[in-house]
Design a protein around this ligand. Structure first.
Ligand SMILES: Cc1cc2nc3c(=O)[nH]c(=O)nc-3n(C[C@H](O)[C@H](O)[C@H](O)COP(=O)(O)O)c2cc1C
Length: 257
């Protein structure tokens, strides 16, 4: 069934081509206008339209936004509930994560959208005794001994680590798109971890770019480190912490009716 808005057909999207920060949104390929959606379907690329120009904060275009929400009960769908309830987890129970669960979060990651099906993401899973080697390399990589000691402790107290890399593309645009696709893969991974009862945090420690760490983890020279995902069962009180976001209306301009 096509998605409907509060039981009504959605407004037809503006026939617009929109650029924002180098991203194209609006129609098939790199030119043309956005096609009108089939009756009853959600407008294509509404977010892209929303981001045209302006700044966050009082940014609602005033176009009857209550009609723009697919549902007034955001937790009504398990996926929406997972998106709302996932939070970064920083402290973990020491028990190991089963390899099948790690495989499941990676499986979710690789279903992320990616332009031209470049599948640009690469992962390195570090568990068990391999954590000590990573901790050693991370400790040696930094100039600040206090930070190095903290990094070592974190790595050794995290049941599983997943380093994520994006492969370069054939030019700057392709490289950028590869990075964007890999970020989408990380979000899939985080949501899958949450759905499977795990906790995770996406970190970007400086040591990830160090040559010795790259040599240990990276699939090939030139792979861009996108993050190190710390993964495990959440320590007591760590999951479901309250989170804060601006309301979407504060960051959205809705054009059209
Ligand atoms: C690209 C990226 C890099 C991040 N790097 C770090 C980091 O180095 N250290 C850290 O504590 N959190 C890091 N985070 C996690 C954010 O701090 C966290 O997502 C934010 O506080 C919002 O909390 P939430 O994930 O619970 O919604 C990073 C998140 C992203 C998307």
């Amino acid at each position: 069934m096509p998605a409907r808005l509060n039981g009504r057909d959605p407004p037809a999207p503006a026939r617009l081509r929109v650029r924002h920060a180098g991203l194209f949104c609006g129609g098939p390929g790199a030119s043309g206008t956005s096609p009108a959606p089939a009756a009853g379907t959600l407008p294509v690329c509404r977010t892209g339209l929303a981001w045209q120009g302006g700044r966050a904060g009082g940014y609602n275009g005033g176009q009857r936004p209550e009609e723009a929400s697919p549902t007034n009960a955001p937790d009504a769908h398990p996926l929406l509930e997972a998106i709302r309830r996932r939070s970064s987890v920083r402290r973990f129970d020491p028990r190991p994560v089963e390899p099948a669960r790690i495989a499941a979060v990676l499986e979710a990651a690789v279903w992320a959208p990616n332009h031209h099906l470049t599948e640009p993401w690469r992962f390195a899973v570090v568990t068990g005794s391999a954590r000590a080697r990573l901790a050693e390399l991370a400790g040696a990589a930094g100039a600040d001994p206090a930070r190095a000691a903290r990094d070592r402790e974190r790595l050794l107290h995290t049941p599983a680590l997943i380093a994520v890399f994006a492969l370069p593309g054939e030019g700057p645009l392709a490289t950028r798109e590869n990075l964007l696709a890999t970020a989408a893969a990380v979000e899939n991974l985080l949501l899958a971890a949450h759905a499977l009862g795990l906790g995770a945090i996406w970190r970007t420690p400086g040591f990830l770019s160090h040559p010795s760490v790259q040599a240990f983890l990276a699939p090939e020279p030139g792979a861009d480190p996108v993050g190190l995902i710390f993964l495990g069962y959440p320590a007591a009180g760590e999951a479901d912490r309250p989170r804060r976001r601006l309301p979407w209306k504060a960051v959205t301009r809705w054009l059209g009716d």
